[in-house]
Design a protein around this ligand. Structure first.
Ligand code: ZN
Length: 140
C-alpha cells in the first residue's frame, strides 16, 4: 500500500478555516483550535499542514473520533457536556482518554505522517507542561 493510500485510510476529512472552529476559538480565547464534528476535524488558526506536523495532536483528535463512533454522536455529545459541566475541560474523562491516546499513539501517527516526533510532552503530556502544546480543543 502506498503512503498516500495509508493516509486516505487512516485520516478523516480535515476542514481548514472552519467557521465552527473559529467560534470555538473565540469562546476559548485560543490562537488555534481543532474540533471534531462527527467524523471530520475542523481547524481554525492552524493549517492542515501545521496540524498534521503534530502527531500527538492528530492522535488526540483521532481518539475523539473513536469516542464519537463508539457511542453515536448524540449520546457522546450529551455525555461530553455533562462531564464538562461536572468536572470542566481538563478532568473530563473524554479529554483524559484523548490525552493518553495523544501520548500513546503519537509515534504511530508520526510514522504514518512521516513527520518527526517532537520532543516534550505534546498534547499527551502533563498539565501546563507546555502552554503551546496543551491546546484546548472542542468536540462537538
Ligand atoms: Zn480533546
Amino acid at each position: 500500500m502506498s503512503f498516500k493510500a495509508l493516509l486516505t485510510v487512516e485520516l478523516p476529512r480535515i476542514v481548514e478555516h472552519s467557521p465552527w472552529a473559529r467560534i470555538a476559538r473565540w469562546n476559548l480565547k485560543q490562537p488555534n483550535v481543532a474540533m471534531v464534528l462527527g467524523k471530520t476535524i475542523h481547524l481554525s488558526g492552524v493549517t492542515r499542514e501545521q496540524f498534521l506536523r503534530e502527531p500527538s495532536w492528530v492522535a488526540h483528535e483521532m481518539c475523539h473520533i473513536r469516542q464519537v463512533q463508539e457511542r453515536g454522536l448524540l449520546r457522546f455529545l450529551w455525555e461530553y457536556l455533562v462531564e464538562s459541566a461536572r468536572v470542566g475541560y481538563y478532568a473530563n474523562r473524554f479529554e483524559v482518554e484523548a490525552r493518553e491516546a495523544g501520548a500513546r499513539d503519537a509515534a504511530h501517527y508520526a510514522a504514518l505522517l512521516a513527520v518527526p516526533l517532537p520532543d516534550g510532552p505534546g498534547r499527551g503530556g502533563s498539565e501546563q507542561a507546555s502552554a503551546g502544546h496543551n491546546r484546548p480543543d472542542v468536540v462537538v
